[in-house]
Design a protein around this ligand. Sequence first.
Ligand code: AMP
Length: 419
Amino acid sequence: MIKAIYGTKDILPEDILKWTHLENLVRNVMGSFNYKEIRTPVFEETRLFARGIGEATDIVSKEMYTFNDRSDNSVTLKPEMTAAVVRSFIEHKMDKKQMLNKMFYISPMFRQERPQAGRLRQFHQFGAEALGSDSPQLDAEMIIMPYDIITSLGLKNIVVKINSLGVPESRENYKNVLKDYLAPHLNDLSEESRKRFETNILRIFDSKAENDQKIMEDAPLLIEHLDNASLEHFEGVKRTLLEAGIPFEIDPKLVRGLDYYTHTTFEIVSGSVGSQSALCGGGRYNLLVEQLGGKPAPGIGFAAGIERILLACENEESLKLPDDSLDLFVVDINRDNAELVSKLSLFFRRKGLTVEHDYAARSVKAQMREANRSNAKFTIMVGGDELERNEIVLKTMETGDQKSFNIDNLQSVFETMRG
Ligand code: AMP
């Protein structure tokens, strides 16, 4: 039997309502902040991600789906969206059309990680990128939008964490301070952290190794080594969040994996989904556009994992889904009026109702069972003596009320159903 690839999942019709509910919410919230949707290809040149995310990151060094196509070009399934959006921003000279470009996306992503609850190899993110402004209000907006979406889904067990990574100059100084602190402990660090000491020293804060964490407890913090301009920017972000009623914690150890962040970084974590607890993460990346060959432009973005958010919703039983039950089931009483039933159904379907009927000449009992199972609000009975009189019977399922209508007067049947 051929099965779905390890780490990928079908989203089945029985689950789709959760997805479309979330996607509609994303479109509404992002729309209200005037973000416009962008869709980029599923695959890109490998060097875009190598350059845009950074060779030393986990994503680039061990998680990408990279392969040579038939023309021997190295391509990669997108592991995240920021590099792709920035590529598009530069390629289409978006900065010439507008000073500030605000974009959002909903898209599958691909990373060859070890699958577990809330971690897949094809997963889905929604997110946003804003290119062209350094305003701290935008940093706050990038936290407010996912926060509003996540709380609108009823999730309560969440924490917003923020930090500032400042600008490269102060960060370079700080990296030296951290190096000095860690040098005497080097032999006690895990192999992974010893590697990071050379390649990406800030990421040692992310280490899960117990001994590493102990050593990092007393490490000097970047936030204590920020320059004044960075501190001021960070204060602006915090004030805007407070004003918006967003509770947050400052987490000076929140460095995140990617090389291109400057200033604000943030995460929204859930206490309801186990070890893979980050629902959303993001930050400011004022250097990325230039790094990818564009004219320097500040940028900021976030990405949120849809599977993880839906998992949290399930665990907190927080989702209130819209009603997708049938409006109408058309019953073929004599089981010989398939064409008439189909024609009647079409009339109401074209009026926008959700209508179903039987396609297999099943018994009336089976048809009624189906109507009940699908929670139909109304049934129309077609057949019997009524049909001989050119009538059909409309039944309101909740009350059991029945009413006959002339078959040529479907408009008044529709109006009765609409109430
Ligand atoms: P990142 O791009 O790594 O900052 O991830 C942003 C969000 O995407 C995370 O907070 C998760 O919710 C989600 N995410 C990242 N990797 C995965 C994965 N392998 N499976 C499912 N969700 C993921």
